[in-house]
Write a protein that binds this ligand. Structure first.
Ligand SMILES: [Zn+2]
Length: 439
């Protein structure tokens, strides 16, 4: 096991009681700050009978049921949550807005400094050093992914290759020409790059130096992580973040790979029941709710992330970091599927599918409804082309049976040839097609 290294040893290993003290102090400061500087919060606090001087701890906000949501960001688009004059905004990012009005993230110089700091901590946690050649494949544009990695890696002092999204053959070529040692990507794109390399006749494991990678933006199962490690012969790390706050770097998994540390000097994290909004205890699954503790341009108070996770009970970790850990994101609360009366996350199916060695890493879940009856079909690629019909039948039957254990019903499984399902060259993979929503 390699020696642990840290970007900011003192803060990353701060004793728990000091972390808790700082969190409480920063929370109170943040509440004062938003009340003074943001019409949105001032109005909302008044409506809900919240007086900043009475907020001593998070419990005082919990008891009032105070939350902020993505809907608040949409309704106040573009600058309704801005807490500084516009000229103090140094950089802005936006979500793609494919499902409606985009949501903006606004950053002052100070915010960018903090983003660089937390992302540097996360990247060092993932093994980045100043001697690495670090290739950034998420897009460097309005999407915050590429820029988070950029700000963080520059801080670490690595050699940055900001290749951005798309142009997959060129990405592989750069990797070989520049001797890339560490990759950042959306998970599904890392698999896409592996396919392109194969088409080009390049063995990534032997012909590139990429042995570390940091991945975010999509939920992925531990099975998918194992596959990725094997495909690239690399150690993959899970990085967390979302545009509305910063982007990647808010949390990261360490070499122990048992949950992600979230930087508690910048974020106050809670888990709530997604239905009732009530706080729930450690080790119990619920929705991550995060309050920013250092954000100047656009602080968010008890922001509902829709990300499903659970806080680990024990704060101590073999990597010596003391910041709280939470389980890797299992799903987005909006992703929960209900088919024939059974509720489940797509990631549960992914875990079952990828345990089967002969199955590739791409799949599609299609759901339709005829005469009030749900029908679910799962298309999965085989890893290699299978010519033997009997073998195909057996594999399909086995998968359907294994899926029944999760679903309580047997979905139709269709085995398709390798590389036959659509791929995404930039952005997140679309693996669920629910036609019932169109009806
Ligand atoms: Zn750790």
């Amino acid at each position: 096991m390699p020696q642990d290294s840290y970007f900011n040893h003192k803060i990353e290993t701060l004793p728990r009681d000091q972390i808790e003290d700082n969190k409480s102090r920063l929370l109170r400061q943040t509440i004062d700050y938003v009340y003074q500087n943001s019409h949105f919060y001032k109005d909302r606090f008044r409506q809900m009978g919240i007086r900043p001087e009475n907020v001593r701890s998070i419990k005082d906000l919990q008891s009032k049921g105070f939350f902020s949501t993505k809907e608040d960001l949409r309704q106040t688009y573009p600058f309704g949550l801005l807490a500084v004059p516009l000229h103090q905004v140094a950089e802005m990012h936006a979500t793609s807005g494919t499902t409606g009005t985009p949501t903006l993230a606004l950053h002052t110089e100070g915010d960018l400094d903090n983003w660089g700091e937390i992302c540097a901590r996360s990247l060092v946690m993932s093994g980045l050093t100043k001697n690495d050649v670090f290739q950034i494949t998420p897009s460097l544009g309005m999407f915050s992914g590429g820029f988070g990695f950029y700000h963080g890696a520059r801080r670490v002092g690595a050699t940055v290759v900001p290749s951005s999204a798309g142009f997959s053959k060129r990405q592989i070529q750069f990797m070989m020409d520049f001797g890339t040692t560490m990759l950042s990507a959306i998970v599904s794109y890392a698999f896409r790059l592996a396919e392109i390399a194969q088409e080009m006749g390049i063995d990534l494991r032997k012909q590139t130096k990429v042995r570390k990678g940091v991945f975010g933006s999509e939920t992925w199962s531990r099975e998918m992580k194992k596959r990725l490690a094997n495909t690239w012969d690399m150690e993959p790390f899970d990085i967390y973040g979302f545009t509305e706050m910063y982007g990647p770097g808010m949390g990261n998994d360490c070499r122990v790979h048992d949950g992600l540390h979230i930087w508690e000097d910048h974020f106050f994290v809670e888990i709530v029941d997604p239905k009732t909004g009530e706080e729930i205890g450690p080790e119990e699954e619920g929705e991550l709710v995060i309050t920013t503790l250092s954000k100047e341009a656009m602080p968010l108070i008890r922001y509902r992330t829709h990300d499903i996770s659970s806080l680990l009970d024990s704060p101590s970790c073999d990597c010596k970091r003391t910041h709280r850990r939470y389980e890797e994101i299992r799903a987005r609360s909006d992703d929960m599927l209900k088919v024939s009366g059974v509720s489940f996350w797509p990631s549960q199916l992914e875990t079952v599918l990828l345990k089967e060695n002969e199955i590739g890493s791409e799949y599609r879940i299609k759901i339709s409804r005829t005469n009030s009856i749900d029908k679910m079909t799962i298309e999965v690629e085989s890893r290699e082309k299978i010519f033997d019909d009997a073998k195909k039948d057996l594999l399909t039957r086995n998968l359907s049976k294994a899926l029944r254990d999760v679903l309580l019903f047997s979905p139709e499984v269709i085995l398709v040839e390798p590389n036959s399902l659509p791929r995404v060259e930039a952005g997140k993979a679309q693996r669920v097609i629910d036609d019932r929503k169109k009806a």
